[in-house]
Design a protein around this ligand. Structure first.
Ligand code: ADP
Length: 182
């Protein structure tokens, strides 16, 4: 049997997930059907100021994917290609919502291909229509202004987003910065 036939098919779905939305979960479910194991990799990026700590984001993702047995949620620092190499993964999964995502995603995909000496390829899943409008930043902005985010995120995530803004005191400069996704 050729080596490629017996190999475990693993993929990585990297992102900020600040917080995880139904759009992300839809991509996770579909990718988990396609691969034997799907690593959901949460970027711990010191350059960004996320609303949730990386531990909180990992915890929320683990909770909302607990019914999908072949999903592993972990955080990573640094380059995606290093995480992929360490875990012997050769496919990265990204979601495409609209043409506006395309240029950015293409650039990242080509950079990762180059940085990995050709070993990390990227595949794109187009968003399901009902989630095309969804982004973590719009969820934060809606919650910040007291709107209903229940169509966008699972109830347990919504609860934590509202709690976070309460703790930070919506209206503070910090909360406003996060709501704007900067
Ligand atoms: P990043 O900061 O790396 O863009 P995100 O958490 O915003 O991290 O997104 C991670 C991935 O999920 C990206 O490929 C993004 O295009 C995709 N994504 C985000 N929202 C949706 C959605 N509603 N439908 C499909 N894909 C999505």
């Amino acid at each position: 049997m050729p080596e490629s036939v017996s190999r475990v098919r693993a993929a990585i779905y990297p992102g900020s997930f600040d917080p995880v939305t139904y759009g992300h979960i839809d991509v996770i479910r579909r990718a988990a059907e396609m691969f034997d194991i799907l690593h959901v990799a949460v970027l711990d990026n010191a350059a960004k100021t996320p609303l949730f700590s990386v531990e909180e984001r990992v915890r929320m993702l683990r909770n909302v994917t607990r019914d999908i047995p072949n999903v592993v949620v972990e955080s990573y620092q640094g380059l995606l290609v290093d995480y992929a190499k360490k875990n012997d993964i050769h496919i990265s999964v990204r979601g495409l919502r609209a043409v506006t995502d395309f240029e950015y995603e293409l650039q990242i995909a080509q950079t990762n291909k180059k940085l990995s000496d050709g070993s990390l390829d990227t595949i794109f899943l187009t968003t399901s229509l009902e989630y095309a409008y969804l982004s973590s930043s719009s969820v934060k902005e809606i919650a910040y202004f007291g709107g209903d985010i229940s169509p966008c995120v699972p109830a347990e995530v919504a609860e934590q987003v509202y709690r976070k803004y309460q703790e930070r005191g919506a209206g503070s400069a910090d909360a406003a910065k996060n709501a704007a996704g900067v």
